[in-house]
Design a protein around this ligand. Structure first.
Ligand SMILES: [Zn+2]
Length: 270
């Protein structure tokens, strides 16, 4: 549970996810795993000047987030690293706590004025929300659902290079849910729009918060049902069927895309 706008006891050691400008502080940037600082409030007096919230627990410790500002000074051996670089070097639980912290920071930084009447918004004292003092509108953090799907045909998987992917990286297809759609409708529409094929036997696999900036990825696998691959050039550079012994460069372990590729491999008996 998220407890907004709160502090730990002064002498309690807690993990701090410290954020600023889409970056997180890593105390051991050379190590393979992301390492947030473990400190008491007395050892981190900067926390009294920024927004803090308790966002969960990790290995018996409370986890707090702190939204830093440009004037806060931290030890020189610590390093600010982009969110992705920290969160993709961690495990599932710390990833989800990091995702939570990032999304709360994004929410607070993009909700300063009321969308209905334009008055300044204030943070709610009892829940993670902002409230308009003039018209009483309450806004909560936005979460944008997306589908992501591993499609198989015989013993091959469909992988595509998106126009927004780094050069040479191939992944499974993904897309945002539009107003009024079910996840299954989104899946069929996105697959048809992006690569021009039909799918069937849609099976839900898992989900993952994806805080860039506020997606919730719902992961599926589906079987090819018909059509020729015809990439939409605005979204897809190239797409093709791949055998598992000759995969191109794909997303790193820890991402839902990598997990779906593994699930498809098991499904087709590899
Ligand atoms: Zn208002």
């Amino acid at each position: 549970m998220i407890i907004p706008d709160c502090m730990p006891e002064p002498s309690e050691s807690v993990l701090w996810l410290i954020l600023y400008n889409n970056q997180l502080i890593d105390t051991k940037p050379q190590q393979p795993h992301y390492a947030p600082p473990l400190l008491t409030l007395e050892e981190l007096p900067q926390a009294k000047r920024g927004y803090t919230a308790k966002i969960g627990d990790y290995e018996g410790r409370a986890v707090y987030m702190l939204v830093a500002d440009a004037d806060m000074k931290f030890p020189a051996r610590w390093q600010w690293l982009p969110l992705r670089q920290c969160l993709l070097r961690t495990n599932e639980l710390l990833f989800s706590l990091g995702a939570r912290a990032c999304q709360i920071q994004h929410f607070l930084s993009t909700h300063k004025f009321c969308g209905r009447c334009g008055s300044a918004l204030a943070q709610s004292r009892d829940e993670l929300a902002v409230v308009c003092g003039a018209c009483k509108t309450t806004d909560y953090p936005r979460i944008s659902p997306c589908i992501i799907v591993g499609i198989y045909k015989d013993k091959q998987i469909l992988l595509a290079q998106g126009t927004r992917h780094p050069q040479g990286l191939y992944s499974v297809l993904a897309g945002f849910v539009e107003s009024g759609e079910s996840l299954e409708q989104t899946l069929k529409r996105e697959v048809k729009e992006e690569v021009g094929i039909e799918v069937t036997d849609i099976e839900y696999v898992m989900s993952q918060a994806w805080p860039f900036p506020h997606s919730l990825m719902a992961g599926f696998v589906a079987r090819y049902a018909g059509g020729e691959i015809t990439p939409d050039p605005t979204e897809i550079v190239t797409a093709d069927w791949f055998h598992f012994d000759a995969l191109p460069q794909t997303p790193p372990q820890g991402t839902i895309a990598a997990k779906l590729i593994n699930v498809v491999a098991q499904k087709v008996g590899l």
